[in-house]
Design a protein around this ligand. Structure first.
Ligand code: G1P
Length: 298
């Protein structure tokens, strides 16, 4: 099937205006998107993932108190000069890793009115001919990188919008947006979706396929968001806007992620992510493994 939908990804919207309440007290002054996984803040990991998927710019939704996020992408000439004078080439390369990686723009969300509201703010920042855009939630670390490339292929094939899903244990469904899967979806990796519900009770959950934080959305979603009433938690939910679009015939598919996924938004998930990535790190991996083995044997 050949569809006339443009498939070019230019903008990745990164909602980063949340209060980080699951990570207090650290997030009282430090935005959770700046907490390091090994040595790199979550927001920089997202920038790398977005650049790798071919995007040209990040539109970061920030809150007035979270200025440090944008500062991370600004050049610090003094720091660079000091590192250069001291011959610290490796550290200099780390500090410069975001130079030229991707353009970064900030969009302020004055009040926490929900994920759907945050995403809606990005509309005026998209060029008129951008027919789709991505959303990457920095809380979700989806490994290995590359899921967005697969999602772009699925949009090329079926049009519409494409989301990333993971299968979660039943007891966890109420933490996620949950998909109602079409009965004839027997492809294990790509499934058509008949509906979507935000954080249902277990008895109401249509499946255990949960939305993880990667969305490839047709720009029609902005119009749907204007018709989306506050839902779960009294907030405008992106899940409800997508459900509305599906009910009006918009094609939505999921790509079922088979790799790893960590939730950086709470200490338990964050620590796992740090350990997981540190074990792969050439500087820290081997000694961490030895120490963990010894520690677990105690
Ligand atoms: C958000 C979405 C939810 C999705 C989740 C993935 O929830 O509302 O549908 O499943 O991200 O991480 P949050 O975790 O921000 O409450």
């Amino acid at each position: 099937m050949h569809l006339m939908t443009s498939n070019e990804l230019r903008t990745v919207v990164v909602p980063a205006a949340g209060l980080g309440t699951r990570f207090l007290p650290a997030t009282k002054t430090v935005p959770k998107e700046l907490l390091p996984v090994v040595d790199t803040p979550g927001i920089e990991l997202i920038a790398k993932e977005a650049a790798q998927a071919g995007a040209e710019r990040l539109a970061i939704i920030t809150a007035p108190k979270k200025q440090g996020i944008m500062a991370h992408f600004r050049t610090d000439a003094e720091l660079e000069a000091t590192l250069e004078a001291r011959g610290k080439e490796d550290q200099l390369a780390k500090v410069r890793a975001t130079d030229g990686l991707i353009d970064v723009a900030a969009i302020e969300q004055p009040e926490p009115l929900g994920l759907g509201h945050a995403i809606g703010l990005a509309e005026s920042h998209l060029a008129e001919d951008e027919e789709c855009f991505a959303v990457m939630l920095p809380d979700d670390l989806v490994l290995p990188y590359g899921i967005m490339e697969t999602m772009l292929e699925v949009r090329q094939r079926y049009g519409g919008s494409v989301l990333c899903a993971v299968e979660v244990p039943e007891e966890d469904v109420s933490k996620y947006g949950v998909f109602d899967i079409a009965a004839d979806s027997d492809d294990p990796q790509v499934k058509k979706v008949n509906g979507m519900v935000e954080k249902p009770d277990l008895e109401d959950a249509p499946s255990n396929f949960a939305a993880t934080g990667r969305y490839l959305l047709d720009r029609q979603v902005f119009e749907a968001l204007t018709r989306t009433k506050p839902g779960k938690g009294g907030e405008i939910q992106i899940t409800d806007a997508i459900e509305l679009m599906i009910s009006e015939g918009h094609p939505v598919h999921i790509v079922v992620h088979q790799g790893k996924r960590h939730d950086l938004g709470n200490p338990g998930g964050y620590i796992r992510a740090c350990v997981d990535m540190a074990l792969e790190d050439e500087t820290y991996g081997e000694s961490l493994k030895q120490w963990l083995e010894q520690r677990l044997g105690e």
